[in-house]
Design a protein around this ligand. Structure first.
Ligand code: FES
Length: 288
């Protein structure tokens, strides 16, 4: 076997013969992911104060115009996806006392964060944007070794399991949409749609596009099959696989837009509950 031939390449961080704007994509990605990460972390810690919980009640709703987790002032209940399903350590007796310092979002975020953090697309994006591994095609980086996803990075193999957790979120978040269109008063019940309901619906739609187009999901539903026709189930499985493949072709877009929308949905609900912003969740039709 012949010796591997090394292509001539300039040495030093960012050194390259490329003349295009190769650095723009990773820089924009670092800014986008960095901002989203900072926002989610900050919001995750925001509800960690249990004095605030006891003052606001279960969800920071009616009568407490600076609650931060859900809108309830129209008689419906619009919960931020960062806090769903709502677990209040001080109120849910099954939460061990050692964990009661945690905010509701901390119980939740581990799963979507694990799902996105191990996603094949995000791995490519943040390896380049944050770790210069690689800096870019044919662009020199500060170190030359490439060990693959070994040692600590074997944790990336957990992606399939995070995918199962992400699938479980879809019905939970759909249930939140249902809660948001149910309006209750002391003695009556009706239906209606607010801007908040639409924000939550779009969130479920975008997250479904992202999750059902996941490479691991696509593999689970059809990766090992070479029979698409022999039974009804096989034909159905084929349709599902085609559907997932179509979503998978745009996995990057679903990944980026759904991330933005989760954060926007949270921000919208926060802005409608905190008097600092002066926003109100408008009832578009129905309701009281
Ligand atoms: S590969 Fe991106 S979510 Fe699974």
């Amino acid at each position: 076997m012949g010796e591997p031939v090394k292509l001539p390449m300039k040495k030093g961080l960012g050194q390259t013969d490329r003349t295009d704007g190769w650095w723009k994509g990773p820089t924009a990605m670092a800014a986008y992911l960095g901002f989203m990460l900072a926002y989610a972390t900050w919001r995750g810690f925001m509800e960690a104060d249990f004095w605030i919980f006891s003052e606001f009640g279960l969800s920071g709703g009616a009568g407490h115009d600076n609650g931060t987790m859900s809108i309830e002032n129209n008689g419906n209940h619009v919960l931020s996806p960062l806090f769903s399903p709502l677990i209040i350590p001080g109120e849910n007796s099954w939460v061990p006392t050692q964990l009661q310092w945690m905010s509701p979002a901390m119980f939740i975020l581990i799963f979507p964060a694990g799902f996105r953090g191990t996603c094949y697309y995000y791995r490519k994006a943040y390896y380049r944007a944050f770790f210069q591994q690689p800096t870019g095609c044919a662009v020199s980086k500060p170190w030359n070794e490439y060990a693959g996803e070994t040692k600590l990075l074997v944790v990336q193999n957990l992606h399939r399991y995070f995918m199962y957790a992400a699938l479980a979120y879809l019905p939970i978040l759909t249930y939140d949409v249902w809660l948001s269109i149910n309006f209750h008063s002391v003695d009556s019940h009706t239906y209606g749609v607010t801007i908040g309901s639409i924000v939550l619906m779009l969130n479920v739609l975008l997250l479904s596009g992202y999750t059902l187009g996941c490479h691991a999901f696509r593999h689970v539903i059809g990766g090992g099959s070479n029979d698409w026709t022999s039974t009804k189930w096989k034909r159905f499985q084929h349709k599902l696989w085609i559907f997932s493949t179509k979503l998978n072709e745009h996995h990057k877009d679903w990944a980026l837009y759904s991330l933005f929308w989760v954060m926007f949905a949270d921000f919208y609900i926060w802005a409608c509950t905190d008097s600092m912003f002066g926003w109100n969740d408008v009832v578009l039709f129905g309701g009281f």
